[in-house]
Design a protein around this ligand. Structure first.
Ligand SMILES: [Fe+2]
Length: 201
């Protein structure tokens, strides 16, 4: 089974001006697409050819002989999750269950926002910042390169923010902090986090 590049849940200009159409043309049309193409080449004619994306990510995680397969499969999964972590007109304070849990587990939205941006800013080089549900509590994590909490036992990813330079360089140049602030203020999709939370319970 060959994988297709998933459609964005909005137009390529849907996140402008915070993330430009140019960025999404490269990020979705070139980077994400390349991971899909590479993944399809790597699984063709192998036992993975009939597996789901999640199965491939989990089966190849932590296996140095499968690093290429893991990197491409995980990047396909991470990017699809990232596109849904944003929406046109998103951003700002959460609502619903996720708002309750953020207050319960971080004390306040502001504490959460500070810690989430610190995770993204503290990821040296390429990687991801995540809001996850771990053992019934919200937690913030960061992962390098293609690593993903999808492979961790008892952890449910709720939201992610791509902090690879390709996510923000055209719009924010070297300022990862400005990109992260805009992600939270203008883009983050709390409906998606609430849906993932509901699916996990
Ligand atoms: Fe990316």
């Amino acid at each position: 089974m060959a994988f297709d590049l998933p459609e964005l849940p909005y137009g390529r200009d849907g996140l402008a001006p915070h993330i430009s159409e140019d960025t999404l043309n490269f990020h979705h049309g070139k980077h994400h697409n390349a991971y899909v193409t590479n993944l399809n080449k790597l699984i063709e004619g192998t036992a993975h050819a009939t597996a789901s994306l999640e199965e491939i990510v989990k089966a190849s995680a932590g296996d140095a002989t499968q690093a290429g397969l893991f990197n491409n499969a995980a990047q396909v999964w991470n990017h699809t999750f990232y596109w849904h972590s944003m929406k046109p007109g998103g951003g700002g304070k959460p609502t619903g269950k996720i708002a309750e849990l953020i207050d319960r587990d971080f004390g306040s939205y502001d504490v959460f926002a500070t810690q989430f941006k610190a995770a993204g800013g503290g990821q040296f080089g390429s990687g991801w910042a995540w809001l996850v549900l771990k053992d019934g509590k919200l937690s913030i994590t960061k992962t390098p390169n293609a690593e993903t909490p999808l492979t961790e036992e008892g952890v449910t990813p709720l939201l992610t923010m791509d902090v690879w330079e390709h996510a923000y360089y055209l719009d924010y140049q070297n300022s990862r902090p400005n990109y992260m602030a805009s992600f939270l203020d203008n883009l983050v999709n709390w409906d998606f986090a609430n849906q993932n939370l509901a699916d996990a319970s």
